[in-house]
Ligand binder design. Structure first.
Ligand SMILES: NCc1[nH]cc(CCC(=O)O)c1CC(=O)O
Length: 312
C-alpha cells in the first residue's frame, strides 16, 4: 500500500469545547497510529458554531437542525479543513451535497449518567425536586417516569452544567457516559442508567468523521480507522431517525446492538410532556439495518395518535 500524501498537513476541524477537543485528539491519535504518521501530519482547527455562541436560549428556540455543525461543514466545503470530527448524536441525518460521513470510531458507553451532589439515583430524588436538562428526549423520559419532578432548562457544556449543580440551580442532571469517559470525568456520575430505564439518543456515544466526497486522500486515511460494527449500528439508528424526521432536538430514543443473528434495534418516541410513550423493536441482519430502522419508525408513526407529533 502506498503512503497517503501528507506533505500538506491534514486539517482536522472541531468545535472548541473540551469534549469536542478530546474527540479530535482521539481521532488524530488513531489516524497517526494507523498510518505511522508523525504528529505534525495533522493540524487541529477550532471552529465556533452558532450552538456554541448562543448560550442563553433553549436550543429549540434558536431553531434549525445542525446548530453545532453548519459552520464546520461550511469550512469543509471551503477547503479550510479536510475532515471534521462530530458527536454523531448532534448530526443531522443527511449531509450537504459534496460531503460524506462514512467513518466511525469505536462507540463509547451509550448510556446516560445520573449526576447529582445530593441523590444517589433517580429513585432517590425527593418528590418535587428540580432537575436540569435541555434535552427534549431526557425531559420527556423523566417526566414520564417521575411526573412529580420540576424540570428546568440546563444549557452549556459539561463543565457549565456541573457548575450549575454546585450552585444549587438543580438537584440533578443527566449527561452521556460517553462524554464523561472521554473527558476522564467518570467520578462526577453517580452511575450509569440502564438502557431499559432510559433508552439513549440515536447515535449516543458515537464519533463520526465527515469529509469532502471527492477528497480521495482523506477517504484513504479515514478508511483505516473506520469501525464497521459501529457503522452497522448507526445505519439502523439513523435510518430510524430519518424516517421519523427527527434530530437531536426531538423526544426520540433509539439503540441498536449486535446479537447472535445480527442487530437488535429498540425505539421509543414520546410526547414532549412525557404523558405518553410508544415503543417498538426489530431484529434484522446487518445488511438490512437501514430497512429495519425505517420499518420500525413507520410502525411507531402508525401507532401514534393524532397530535402526538407536535414536535415534527
Ligand atoms: N448534545 C450534546 C452532546 N452531544 C454529545 C454528547 C455526549 C457524547 C456522546 O453522546 O457521544 C453531548 C453531551 C451530553 O449529552 O451529555
Amino acid at each position: 500500500m502506498q503512503m497517503p500524501d501528507v506533505t500538506r498537513p491534514l486539517k482536522i476541524g472541531t468545535r472548541g469545547s473540551p469534549l469536542a477537543l478530546a474527540q479530535a485528539f482521539e481521532t488524530r491519535t488513531r489516524l497517526m497510529a494507523a498510518h505511522g504518521l508523525p504528529e505534525d501530519a495533522c493540524e487541529i482547527v477550532i471552529i465556533k458554531t452558532t450552538g456554541d455562541r448562543v448560550l442563553d436560549r433553549p436550543l429549540k428556540e434558536i431553531g434549525g437542525k445542525g446548530l453545532f455543525t453548519k459552520e464546520i461543514e461550511e469550512a469543509l466545503l471551503a477547503g479550510d479543513i479536510d475532515i471534521a470530527v462530530h458527536s454523531m448524536k448532534d448530526m443531522p441525518v443527511a449531509q450537504p451535497d459534496g460531503l460524506t460521513l462514512d467513518c466511525y470510531l469505536p462507540r463509547e458507553d451509550v448510556r446516560d449518567a445520573f449526576v447529582s451532589p445530593s441523590a444517589g439515583s433517580l429513585a432517590d430524588l425527593p418528590e418535587g425536586a428540580v432537575v436540569g436538562s435541555s434535552s427534549l428526549r431526557r425531559r420527556a423520559q423523566l417526566a414520564n417516569r417521575r411526573p412529580d419532578l420540576r424540570i428546568v432548562e440546563f444549557r452549556g457544556n459539561v463543565q457549565t452544567r456541573l457548575k450549575k449543580l454546585e450552585d444549587g440551580v438543580a438537584s440533578a442532571t443527566f449527561l452521556a457516559m460517553a462524554g464523561l469517559n472521554r473527558l476522564g470525568m467518570t467520578g462526577v456520575a453517580r452511575g450509569p442508567i440502564s438502557v431499559e430505564e432510559m433508552l439513549p439518543a440515536v447515535a449516543q456515544g458515537a464519533i463520526g468523521i465527515e469529509r469532502r466526497l471527492a477528497d480521495s486522500r482523506a477517504a484513504e486515511l479515514l478508511a483505516a480507522i473506520h469501525d464497521r460494527t459501529t457503522g452497522e449500528r448507526l445505519a439502523a439508528e439513523r435510518a430510524y431517525l430519518a424516517t421519523l424526521d427527527g434530530s437531536c432536538e426531538t423526544p426520540i430514543a433509539g439503540l441498536a446492538v449486535h446479537d447472535d443473528d445480527g442487530l437488535w434495534l429498540r425505539g421509543e418516541i414520546l410526547r414532549p410532556d412525557g404523558s405518553e410513550v410508544i415503543r417498538g423493536e426489530r431484529r434484522c441482519g446487518v445488511r438490512d439495518a437501514a430497512e429495519a430502522g425505517a420499518d420500525l419508525a413507520r410502525d411507531l408513526l402508525g401507532q401514534a395518535p393524532k397530535g402526538f407529533f407536535d414536535w415534527r
